[in-house]
Each structure stands twice: as structure tokens, then as C-alpha cells.
Design a protein around this ligand. Structure first.
Ligand code: ADP
Ligand code: MG
Length: 394
């Protein structure tokens, strides 16, 4: 049954338990590095009103004697839910992109935040950050623990994390490091799961920051032409929040919310990095995952904008299988597209903005995850009873 605005009424749950939300898209611009300034690189991106991104072709800027914004007709403009300028601090990015997801996750909803962009654009800085300036992963855990302190009075919470990477289409644990390759399984209740992945129980956010920095060092990082520490893998932090009422007995409903925070591999094309041999194979696989992600985003965009029901190729890569719930299914999703301001990155920045622009219209159905079947059966019984009463009144 269609309700008002974007809310669907679901007979299975109470009406707020099921809703249609749009994928939120934010863009974050990083500052120009000193070494870029030394090489006479210049800025080709401007942010307006925290929403609009303006991109200039460097050739046009050079023709206009380096004055950004002089010839408006040649500027490319894109509008997003948020556009963060180069001076935006970590807590601001967290507050506007991820904080609003935390309450939902603590109440049994799924959410995903992923950072997309070329190597060096600021994905790892945004998601993981540094010890001094921790990024979204740490800020999220801190927020969850602060909120739990308020809720603990009447509910029992259990927070677990796992950290994995997808490298060459193979999944590996980043916390319990071994060479073992893990498999994806689809669970009818819990959704897509990684079999054998370790889950660490967490009591404080601080203990996890060290673990994340350790895990990030275990990622497959190798020198490439584009950036010496280019990350060739996708890193996924999953935070699982499970809770039940403190006083409820064995029959209590258990709610499970899963928050996935994803630092994707660089989206630049393999050709630019002068890859050879093994790098080429990696490039092909990284492109396979990102290409599949792009294809899924395109198809979802088509379906949403033209009201079609095209098949979405989630099964084409490990990344899209893992993100299936986040993009097309039961999840609130935020994409943060990271971009460099430099003229040298014009192609990559343009591609990232086009990609992010297409992701804006994707809609996902969000539903609370409840483990106890009794809960739904009792809701059904209640609704059937009401309907029977209505019929007998006619
Ligand atoms: P990516 O993960 O996309 O390859 P990084 O996050 O590693 O890129 O960023 C590359 C470099 O730029 C790092 O040294 C990082 O500290 C710096 N950097 C990225 N984004 C910002 C930002 N918003 N503010 C300050 N420094 C940044
Ligand atoms: Mg990185």
C-alpha cells in the first residue's frame, strides 16, 4: 500500500518499519598538496553552498589566464546532498553523512557508507583517517557507544566488528590475518554473510582504532605509477549491533543492525598507472568489481528514473554481491565521492562526479531486522483480527 511521500505501509511490520529512501551522495574535496603546488598544479574545483560542485576543464582555465570562474558557460555543475570543501574537518563530514544512520543501526536497520574516488583523492583519510584526526570508522563507533550508554538502562547491547578486504576478487580477514580466502553466503534472515570471518566484541571505541590501523596496514598496498602507496583493495568494516530488552525472557525479539563502512580501491583506469604483469591482473579485477558497481548503479538509476524492472547484475563481482543489500535492498546507503582539486586529476575528478551524479536517484527499501518469527506472526494475527472485525462490521 502506498502511503504519503516516500513512506510505504508494510502489513508485516508497523508502518514506520519499512520505508523507501534515496541513496545519499556527498562529495569531499581535499586540499592541494604542497608537492602539487611545487609542480605548478592548480585548482580546478570549487564548492558552493555546501551542495554544488563546479568543475573546470584545465585547458579552459589556462586559456582564461588561470582565472577560475571567469567563463561560466564552460563550467560543469553538479549538485549533491552535501559537498564538503577542502577545509571540512573529520567530525563535520561524520556529522553530516553518517551520524544520522547510528540511531537506525541501534534499532535494527542496516546502513552502508562507502568512499569512492581515484587513488590519492582522500578515501582512506575520510573513512579511517589518522590517529590525530580519526575518520568516519572511529567517529561512528564513538557515537554508537555514546548512544548505548543512554539506552543501556532497558536494553542489552552487543557490538561486534569485522574488517575484511577484497583483493583480486578474493576476500581476506584483516583482523585475524591469514592467507585463507573467505566465501560469501546468502542467509535468508541475515542477508549476505562472509563465512568464517572473525567478529571481535568491542567494549570501547579506542580499542578498535588501533585494530583498524593495524588492519589497514595488512591491506594489499603496492607501488603503482599513480601513487606510491596506492591501495589496490577494497576494505570493509562491518559493525554489528545486536540488542534485546533487558527484562524480556527467552522469547525476546533480537534486533540486529549492520553498518558497513567501505574504503574502496582507487577508481582510476588501469592505463594511467602504467601497470604491467601482476598489476595488470589486479587492475582487471579491481576494475571488475568497480565496473560491476558502476553497472549496478547505472541499472538501478535506469530502473528508478524510468520505472523499469531491469535485472541488476549484483552477482558479477564480490564487491557487488557484498553490497547487494546496500544498493538495491534492505539498507540506508551513503556514498562519499572523494575528489582532488588538481588540474592533473581532471579526468578522474570528472569521472567520479559523473558516477556520483548517477548514484543520486537510487532508492532502497529499508526494513528493520528482527530475528524472532513470533514477533511477525503476532503482528499478522493482530492485523487479520482487525480485518475480520472490519468485514463483520460491513
Ligand atoms: P586514497 O585513500 O583515496 O588513495 P588518501 O586518503 O590516502 O587517498 O589521501 C592521500 C593523502 O592526502 C593522504 O596523505 C591524506 O592524509 C591527504 N588527504 C586526503 N584528504 C584530505 C583532507 N580532506 N584534508 C587533509 N588531507 C587530506
Ligand atoms: Mg586509500
Amino acid at each position: 500500500k502506498k502511503g504519503t511521500s516516500n513512506i510505504l505501509v508494510c502489513l508485516k511490520c508497523s508502518w514506520q518499519d519499512f520505508m523507501l529512501t534515496c541513496l545519499q551522495v556527498a562529495v569531499r574535496l581535499r586540499p592541494l598538496w604542497n608537492k602539487e603546488i611545487e609542480k605548478d598544479e592548480f585548482e580546478i574545483v570549487r564548492i558552493l553552498d555546501q551542495k554544488v560542485v563546479i568543475l573546470m576543464d584545465p585547458a579552459d582555465i589556462l586559456n582564461e589566464q588561470n582565472v577560475l570562474g571567469k567563463n561560466r558557460s564552460k563550467e560543469k555543475q553538479y549538485a549533491f546532498d552535501f559537498a564538503f570543501d577542502k577545509d571540512a574537518i573529520q567530525t563535520e563530514v561524520f556529522s553530516k553523512t553518517t551520524r544520522f544512520l547510528c540511531d537506525g543501526v541501534l534499532n535494527g536497520y542496516n546502513a552502508t557508507v562507502f568512499a569512492y574516488g581515484a587513488t590519492g583523492a582522500g578515501k582512506t583519510y575520510t573513512m579511517l583517517g589518522t590517529e590525530d584526526k580519526p575518520g568516519i570508522m572511529f567517529q561512528t563507533l564513538k557515537e554508537l557507544f555514546t548512544k548505548i550508554k543512554d539506552y543501556q538502562i532497558d536494553r542489552n547491547y552487543n557490538i561486534r566488528v569485522s574488517f575484511l578486504e577484497i583483493y583480486n576478487e578474493q576476500i581476506r580477514d584483516l583482523i585475524m590475518v591469514s592467507s585463507e580466502v573467505l566465501d560469501l553466503r546468502e542467509d535468508p534472515v541475515k542477508g549476505v554473510q562472509v563465512a568464517g570471518l572473525s567478529e571481535i566484541e568491542v567494549d570501547t571505541p579506542e580499542e578498535i582504532l588501533d585494530l583498524l590501523i593495524f588492519g589497514n596496514r595488512n591491506r594489499q598496498v603496492e607501488a603503482t605509477g599513480a601513487n606510491e602507496t596506492s591501495s589496490r583493495s577494497h576494505a570493509v568494516l562491518q559493525i554489528i549491533c545486536e540488542h534485546k530488552d533487558r527484562d524480556a525472557g527467552i522469547e525476546a525479539e533480537i534486533r540486529i543492525g549492520k553498518l558497513s563502512l567501505i574504503d574502496l580501491a582507487g577508481s582510476e583506469r588501469a592505463s594511467k598507472t602504467n601497470n604491467r604483469g601482476i598489476r595488470m591482473i589486479e587492475g582487471a579485477n579491481i576494475n571488475r568489481s568497480l565496473l560491476a558497481l558502476g553497472n549496478c548503479i547505472n541499472m538501478l538509476h535506469e530502473n528508478n528514473s524510468k520505472n523499469q524492472q531491469n535485472y541488476i547484475p549484483f552477482r558479477d563481482s564480490k564487491l557487488t554481491r557484498l553490497l547487494k543489500d546496500s544498493l538495491g535492498g534492505n539498507c540506508r546507503t551513503v556514498m562519499i565521492a572523494n575528489i582532488s582539486p588538481s588540474n592533473a586529476c581532471y579526468e578522474d575528478t570528472h569521472n567520479t562526479l559523473k558516477y556520483a551524479n548517477r548514484a543520486k536517484n537510487i532508492k532502497t527499501n529499508v526494513q528493520r531486522n528482527v530475528l524472532n518469527v513470533e514477533y511477525h506472526v503476532s503482528k499478522y494475527t493482530q492485523i487479520i483480527g482487525q480485518l475480520k472485525n472490519e468485514i463483520s462490521d460491513l
